[in-house]
Design a protein around this ligand. Structure first.
Ligand code: RFL
Length: 391
């Protein structure tokens, strides 16, 4: 006997959990499968900056209480280069803001909300295959015995290394990929942030970033080799590189303190088209990866899910497939603008191996235009705080 559900969701990251939450609010049932444990999923340190649209959506669907209490609203970002601070105040430029609220807290809020409502979340349950995507019985095979679960629709929210994307035949899928010749060393330190703004250091020795996770915990990043070993980075080496790339005259220097975690993330831009094949809909990292420079990974997953949630609601409420049919096109239209912003920023602020002096001067001119002209500041502000999500 196989089980049945309306929407089978592969992956309990922010994309899968949010979809399950939105569907529940519409009276649509779902089962969420994840191959990792609840503790693992809930503790993964990842993104931290929420666009205004993401904050508004989470608040609108009843997930705003802890976020309002623990989140840290940000009205500006400080670019440090050429020995000076260059702030872009997006609240002043366009009246919009972002929120620093870590991804693991968003995931925590979603899991709590789903479980409180009796949601069916199956951790430690890998999906091993998805079948019959174009036939009458789309099916998920899950768990060690590969037990079948029949679904109306399957949401592939299983991240970049998941299995759902591979279920789309190569003959109908196109992948776009750019791998960058550097990575980021992510550092968690038990120190209060030295500045009130998220701060980017664009230095000829490489990029650095100061962000925060709480008033007493800083999240810092350093450009490093793409396959660097975190053990190559002693605490002394980390602090010395951070000072070199982030400290400028007239601004308080970084505060040093215990480093409690460090890890290397490779950087790439990746996109598949289309995002739908039969009953399967890809969302979040399963469909696209952006370099973390623009803070768009989590926010793009939320944008996809907003569109997919509405499309499924329209199907179950009115029997309309119109929004499902346009899902891929709707998400891709916005997503390519997000790639343009993320890849463009990534190219502007990092130091490239073998870079010519000419290329360096162009980077400086781009930074000067972005921070020093009103159109430049507005364009940055609109993209950083989040492009609109199509209804
Ligand atoms: P996730 O969060 O990767 O969740 C996918 C889930 O699918 C599960 N899974 C499976 N479950 C069942 N069966 C299978 N066969 C499965 N295969 C996989 C996985 O266990 C996992 O729980 O994807 P989602 O929901 O699309 O969310 C996307 C965001 O997580 C991602 O875009 C961001 O976190 C990206 N990202 C960052 N973005 C930023 O904006 N700023 C950052 O500072 C930032 N840091 C990061 C990051 C991503 C990282 N990863 C993925 C390497 C740091 C890291 C380390």
């Amino acid at each position: 006997m196989s089980e049945r559900t309306q929407v089978g969701i592969v992956g309990a990251g922010p994309a899968g959990l949010l979809l399950s939450h939105l569907l529940h609010r519409e009276g649509i049932e779902s089962i969420v499968f994840d191959n990792r444990s609840r503790e693992h999923v809930q503790q993964r340190l990842r993104a931290g900056v929420l666009e205004q649209g993401t904050v508004d959506l989470l608040a609108e669907v009843g997930l705003g209480e802890r976020m309002r209490r623990l989140g840290m609203p940000q009205t500006s970002l400080d670019f440090r280069y050429a020995q000076a601070s260059h702030r872009i105040d997006f609240a002043q430029e366009i009246g919009r803001t972002v929120m620093v609220y870590p991804q693991h807290e968003v995931v925590h809020d979603l899991i709590e909300a789903r479980l409180a409502a009796g949601g069916d979340l199956r951790f430690d349950t890998p999906v091993t295959a998805i079948r019959d995507l174009e036939g009458p019985s789309p099916t998920i095979l899950a768990g060690p015995e590969g037990r079948p679960v029949r679904c109306d629709f399957i949401a592939g929210c299983d991240g970049f290394h998941g299995i759902c994307r591979d279920a789309i035949p190569a003959s109908v899928m196109k992948a776009y990929d750019r791998v960058y010749p550097f990575g980021w060393l992510g550092i968690l330190a038990e120190v209060p942030p030295a500045a009130p703004d998220v701060t980017w250091g664009c230095h000829e020795t490489g990029f650095a970033m100061l962000s925060f996770r709480s008033p007493t915990r800083s999240r810092l990043y350093l450009q490093c080799e793409p396959d660097d070993d975190p053990d190559n980075w002693s605490d002394d080496r980390i602090w010395s590189a951070l000072h070199e790339r982030l400290d400028v005259p007239g601004m308080p220097p970084l505060i040093e303190g215990p480093i409690v975690q460090k890890g290397v993330t490779a950087m790439r831009s990746f996109q598949v088209e289309p995002l739908r094949h039969g009953a399967l809909f890809l969302a979040g990292d399963a469909a696209h990866i952006v370099p973390p420079t623009g803070a768009k990974g989590l926010n793009s997953a939320v944008a996809d899910i907003r569109v997919l949630g509405r499309a499924l609601a329209a199907y179950y409420r009115q029997g309309s497939t119109r929004l499902l049919d346009s899902y891929s096109e709707t998400c891709l239209r916005r997503m390519w603008l997000v790639h343009r912003f993320s890849a463009g920023l990534c190219t502007m602020v990092h130091s490239f191996p073998g870079q010519s002096d000419f290329a360096r001067r162009l980077q400086r001119a781009d930074l000067d235009y972005m921070t020093g002209s009103e159109p430049g500041r507005r364009a940055f502000s609109e993209n950083f705080t989040g492009l609109p999500i199509e209804a």
